[in-house]
Ligand binder design. Structure first.
Ligand SMILES: *Cc1c(COP(=O)(O)O)cnc(C)c1O
Length: 360
C-alpha cells in the first residue's frame, strides 16, 4: 500500500521529500558513518544541524535579533507551566479562552498566580473568536495569553487582541509557519512541532530577550527556566536531536516552496476548496463562524452521528484517513497543514460530493 492522505490534527503529515531525504541519510549522515540519532549533540556535525535550523527559521519568520529561538522538550503542554513560572512577576495574567488548549494553559497558570479569564467563546462551544479590541486587561497583568489557532474547534485569531501595552503570549502550535507573522507583536510565540513542522518531541519557543531573566517564581526547576536554555543555545542538556534535524529539513522545504508568503497562498487555496464546498453542500456544514475560520483545521458535520461515523469509515477505505473530529466535539475534522498536498483536499471534496449524492 502506498501513502495515504492523512488528515490527522497531529502528529500530522510531513513533506514526502523530507522523509525521503531523512531515509537517505539514515545510516550515514553525510559521511559521518552514523545516523543523526546516534550522534553526540556536542559534535561539530550536530552543531551545524541545530545552528542551520535556527538560521533558517529566523529567515523564514523574519525573527528580530532581540528574540531568542529555543528548541525544547515537554511539548506545548509544558509551556503552560513554563510561561507563568518565568513571566508571572506580579503573579497576574490575563487569558482569552477560545478552546481547550487555552483553557488548559489557564488552569495551569492558576496554580502559580491569579489567572483571569478576560474573554471566552465557551458560550457557543468555542465556535467563534470573541471581540478582543477593548478587553478589561488587568492593570498589573504580566502578560495576555492566547491560543492563536484552535486546533480542535477550527477557529483562528485574524487580528491579534489589543493587549493595551501588555506582553502578548501565543500558542501557535497548529498555525506555525502557515503564513507570515510579525514576531515583534509578541513577547513569546511557541508551539509543539508535531502539527505543522516535524516529529513530536520538540517545542519551539521564540521569546523576546527582556523576558528571559533569573527572576523566576521560587521553586522553578532548572529545566523550566528559559534563561538556562537561552544561555546554552538549547544545548543545556541533550536536546531532542533527531526531531530538530527533521524540523531543519522542513524549514528548508518551506524555503524551497517560496517561504511563508507562498505557504499562505497555498494554504488559502487548499482551505477555499473545502470551505467553498461546505458552503454549498446540502449534507455537510462547517461548524464555526465564517470570519474566524482556520486555514489549518476544518471541522464539519452532517448533523447525524451515524452518518458521520459512516463517512469517516468510508473515507478511510478511500485512502482519506483520520477525519474523525476530536473526541470532545464529534463530527469530522480535516487538518490540512502545510504538508497536505492540494490533491489531498481535492480528493476529499470529490469524496464528499459522492457521499452526499448517495446519502442525501
Ligand atoms: C496539540 C496542541 C497542544 C498540545 O501539544 P502537546 O505537544 O501534545 O503538549 C497545545 N496547543 C495547541 C494549539 C495544540 O494544537
Amino acid at each position: 500500500m502506498g501513502r495515504i492522505f492523512n488528515f490527522s490534527a497531529g502528529p500530522a503529515m510531513l513533506p514526502e521529500e523530507v522523509l525521503k531525504e531523512a531515509a537517505d541519510e539514515m545510516l550515514d549522515y553525510r559521511g559521518t558513518g552514523m545516523s543523526v540519532m546516534e550522534m553526540s549533540h556536542r559534535s561539530k556535525a550536530y552543531e551545524a544541524i541545530i545552528q542551520e535550523a535556527e538560521k533558517d527559521l529566523r529567515e523564514l519568520m523574519n525573527i528580530p535579533d532581540n528574540y531568542k529561538v529555543l528548541f525544547l522538550q515537554g511539548g506545548a503542554s509544558q509551556q503552560f507551566a513554563m510561561i507563568p513560572l518565568n513571566l508571572m512577576k506580579n503573579k497576574v495574567a490575563d487569558y482569552i479562552i477560545t478552546g481547550q488548549w487555552a483553557k488548559k494553559a489557564y488552569k495551569e497558570a492558576s496554580i502559580y498566580g491569579k489567572a483571569n479569564v478576560i474573554a471566552s467563546s465557551e458560550d457557543k462551544t468555542f465556535s467563534y473568536i470573541p471581540d478582543c479590541s477593548d478587553l478589561p486587561i488587568s492593570e498589573d497583568a504580566d502578560y495576555v495569553y492566547i491560543c492563536e489557532n484552535n486546533t480542535i474547534y477550527g477557529t483562528k485569531f485574524k487580528t491579534l487582541p489589543n493587549t493595551k501595552g501588555k506582553t502578548l503570549v501565543a500558542d501557535i502550535s497548529s498555525c506555525f509557519l502557515s503564513e507570515p507573522v510579525d514576531v515583534s507583536k509578541y513577547g513569546i510565540l511557541y508551539g509543539g512541532v508535531q502539527k505543522n513542522i516535524g516529529p513530536a518531541g520538540v517545542v519551539i519557543v521564540i521569546i523576546r530577550e527582556d523576558l528571559i531573566t533569573e527572576d523566576t517564581l521560587p521553586g522553578t526547576p532548572t529545566m523550566l527556566k528559559y534563561k538556562i536554555h537561552a544561555d546554552n543555545q538549547s544545548l543545556y542538556n541533550t536536546p531532542p536531536a533527531y526531531g530538530i534535524y527533521i524540523c531543519g529539513k522542513v524549514f528548508q522545504w518551506i524555503k524551497r516552496m517560496g517561504g511563508l508568503e507562498a505557504m499562505k497562498v497555498r494554504n488559502e487555496k487548499k482551505a477555499a476548496i473545502l470551505y467553498d464546498f461546505l458552503d454549498q453542500s446540502k449534507l455537510f456544514k462547517g461548524t464555526v463562524e465564517k470570519k474566524d475560520r482556520s486555514l489549518m483545521n476544518v471541522p464539519f458535520i452532517t448533523g447525524n452521528t451515524e452518518l458521520d461515523a459512516k463517512f469517516v469509515k468510508e473515507a478511510k477505505e478511500a485512502g482519506l484517513e483520520n477525519l474523525k473530529g476530536h473526541r470532545t466535539v464529534g463530527g469530522m475534522r480535516a487538518s490540512i497543514y502545510n504538508a497536505m498536498p492540494i490533491e489531498g483536499v481535492q480528493k476529499l471534496v470529490e469524496f464528499m460530493k459522492e457521499f452526499e449524492a448517495k446519502n442525501l
